[in-house]
Design a protein around this ligand. Structure first.
Ligand code: ATP
Length: 138
């Protein structure tokens, strides 16, 4: 089965660099399945799980916004932050979720804090979803 190079990079580190068979992401306009020889593109990513397929195995990463760049030689996911299920601290995500929910109640919709809290809530939910849905099956 043919492969392409996939990198997942955050401002802090290179999280992933492997030859893979497929990657599925949630772009601004919906689900995007990338196979080898996909046409070059750049598009923003939602706060959502990214699913990687390699040698019949599936790996999931919580990607918290950023961009995907499909190049001729490789595919790069530039994530604002990203974690493998095994690196997700559930208590921390639960606490972040609670903080964000409290802020959403307190802030008015047009305030910058409201949008910030919404994004924080999305990151926390994404981490909790990835942890519960994918940690066990790997
Ligand atoms: P918190 O409010 O708990 O800091 P956050 O959503 O504001 O959460 P980010 O700014 O997205 O955090 O990430 C900051 C750093 O902390 C990144 O390296 C990210 O991978 C890591 N991180 C954040 N939350 C978790 C978590 N629940 N488990 C593991 N790593 C996390």
């Amino acid at each position: 089965m043919s492969t392409f190079m996939l990198e997942i990079v955050t401002p802090e580190r290179k999280l992933y660099e492997q030859e893979v068979n497929m990657v599925s992401v949630k772009g601004a306009e919906g689900e995007l399945g990338i196979l080898p020889h996909h046409i070059p593109l750049v598009t923003p990513l939602r706060i959502a799980p990214v699913v990687i397929k390699k040698d019949g195995k599936q790996t999931v990463v919580a990607v918290n916004g950023g961009f995907i760049e499909v190049r001729k030689d490789k595919v790069v996911i530039l994530a604002e932050s990203a974690e493998f299920p095994e690196d997700i601290d559930v208590e921390r995500a639960r606490a972040a979720k609670e903080r964000a929910e409290a802020r959403l109640k307190a802030a008015k919709k047009d305030e910058i804090d409201f949008r910030r809290a919404e994004l924080s809530l999305q990151r926390a939910m994404n981490r909790l979803n990835v942890k519960t849905a994918y940690d066990v099956i790997g």
